[in-house]
Write a protein that binds this ligand. Structure first.
Ligand code: NAD
Length: 504
């Protein structure tokens, strides 16, 4: 069993290949959500630190070893990093659990999978190919080059800190950009440890910089910095809006991965035991703290009672406790504000007339004294117009809504401001094929839930975001297309003689 060290570690910023204290000497505490104890002191990067990091990234982008590397060499470096990350997966997983309280089993799984992103995008680095277009007029050759955008600001949340940062880092670096990362103020440790692994792999100074601090100060200074040309953001709506507004002021390129209120639809012909596991994976496995949580369970009315019974039987005995313990099924809520929000939504749902059939309160008892625990909670008789069905809670709260027909299921599923993900549980081939096309969501799972891959584009429709991470599409998000016209003939014609077509 993992032994928590009692020592409080003071972290440093990573700027231009150097480890530095915050220039203002200002620090804040990060608390372990299970023990309630402070375990790291995190530097609060000032506007000067942000400037130093962005300037370093800009220098590394315009000249020096990173620019001189061939795409194949960049790819090899990413591969090497992948190998080093694989060797350090356990350490990275433990750091994440201390910060966000998610189960060690889950975070270890994520960290063991993480190298694949470096291998995949490392492999793509030298397959970014331009194009020679057919000659459109005599003596003029035209070709397209794909070039990196510039300095990328990568901003990530606490719930899967490294995975969601590496989804940005790997394609951005494969494309030849340089990056300044700002992790969540609740989960800075693993990203700073990853920076050490970048050093070990031999990345040139300035290619990766890590600054820590709160969104309002450090984050805003970063997104507003004039030398940042591309912002990759994962987080909530308010932060996403601030990023989009800042980006609009100077036309920065932007991708936003935001929240969700994803429907998980169980048809009457589904394998109910599988569907129960899919419902639990969707909402309780990570205590609901996942953007793709299947927080609205749409159940066909003919199987409602039996399904709810099976679901309760499956969840009732789930063990809440220390996320480091392999016997724990559900860990604590990561942060005090999030804990308060989850409990408030339970009251909102009750006030709206939803029926609480499981949980519905803070969990207490031996081993849970200091942690932020909420009982897995199920509401039936939810109407899709209720706030509990429309607003993202980010906690272990499931809303069950019934439907009669496929059309009604689709209408309810799509009746939300979000569009991140959806699940469909059916043994009917027609439904399995047709439903994914009708659901307004960036990812649809059929007889599965919460599966992601470096190969599969991930992102949201509607308020769930803009742009895609993962897969080949993600690398395009970090490239600019450039057209080059090359006149191959001597004797440029007179500019005063009008020729067709007129070229603007
Ligand atoms: P958050 O928006 O509070 O913070 C995310 C990051 O943005 C943090 O690093 C924070 O410091 C920074 N930030 C906040 N305000 C900012 C501002 N004004 N300017 C610049 N930076 C700012 O989100 P959170 O609470 O850390 O994470 C939970 C949210 O993230 C949920 O809404 C969840 O759905 C979403 N999320 C989305 C995905 C996805 O891929 N779509 C994945 C995970 C989480």
């Amino acid at each position: 069993m993992y032994q928590r060290s009692k020592q409080v570690e003071t972290l440093s910023l990573y700027i231009d290949g150097q480890w530095r204290p915050a220039s203002s000497e200002s620090y804040f505490d990060s608390t372990d959500p299970y023990t309630g104890e402070v375990w790291t002191r995190v530097p609060s990067a000032s506007a000067d630190d942000v400037d130093a990091a962005v300037q370093a990234a800009h220098r590394a982008f315009v000249s020096g070893p990173w620019v001189e590397m061939t795409p194949t060499q960049r790819g090899r470096l990413l591969h090497k990093l992948g190998d080093i990350v694989a060797e350090n997966a356990e350490k990275l997983g433990e750091l994440e659990v201390r910060d966000n309280g998610k189960l060690l089993a889950e975070m270890l799984g994520q960290m063991r999978y993480l190298p694949e992103w470096f291998y995949y995008y490392g492999g793509l680095a030298d397959k970014i190919e331009g194009a020679l277009t057919p000659a459109e007029r005599p003596g003029v050759m035209h070709y397209i080059r794909y070039e990196p955008v510039g300095v990328v600001a990568a901003i990530s949340p606490w719930n899967s800190p490294l995975v969601l940062t590496v989804w940005k880092l790997a394609p951005a670096l494969a494309a030849g950009n340089t990056v300044v990362v700002k992790p969540s103020e609740y989960s800075s440790a693993s990203m700073l440890y990853l920076a050490k692994l970048f050093e070990e792999a031999g990345f040139p100074a300035g290619v990766l910089n890590v600054i820590t601090g709160v969104g309002k100060d450090t984050g805003e200074a970063l997104i507003n910095h004039p030398l940042v040309e591309r912002i990759a953001f994962t987080g909530g709506e308010a932060g996403g809006r601030a990023v989009y507004q800042a980006a609009a002021k100077s036309f920065k390129r932007v991708s936003l991965e935001l929240g969700g209120k994803s429907p998980n639809i169980v048809f009457e012909d589904a394998d109910l035991d599988d569907a129960v596991k899919g419902a639990v994976a969707g909402i309780f496995a990570a205590a609901g703290q996942t953007c793709m949580a299947g927080s609205r369970l749409l159940v066909h009315e003919s199987i409602h009672d039996v399904f709810v019974e099976k679901l309760i039987a499956f969840v009732r005995d789930a063990k809440l406790g220390d996320p480091m313990d392999s016997n724990t099924n559900i860990g604590p809520i990561a942060t005090p504000p999030q804990f308060k929000k989850v409990l408030e939504y339970i009251e909102i749902a009750k006030g709206e007339g939803a029926k609480c059939v499981l949980g519905g309160e803070r969990a207490t008892g031996p081993g849970l004294e200091r942690g932020l625990f909420v009982k897995p909670t199920i509401f039936t008789r939810v109407n899709n117009k209720m706030r509990i069905a429309q607003e993202e809670v980010f906690g272990p709260i499931l809303s069950i809504i019934t439907f009669k027909t496929d059309d009604e299921a689709v209408a309810i599923a799509n009746d939300t401001a979000y569009g991140l993900a959806a699940g469909v549980w059916t043994q009917n081939l027609e439904r399995a094929v047709n439903l994914p096309a009708r659901l307004r969501a960036g990812t649809v799972w059929v007889n599965a839930y919460r599966v992601v891959s470096y190969l599969a584009p991930f992102g949201g429709f509607k308020n769930s975001g803009i742009g895609r991470e993962n897969g080949k599409e993600a690398i395009r998000e970090y490239l600019e297309a450039k057209s080059v016209f090359l006149n191959t003939k001597r004797g440029v014609p007179s500019p005063f003689v009008m020729r067709l077509p007129a070229v603007e």
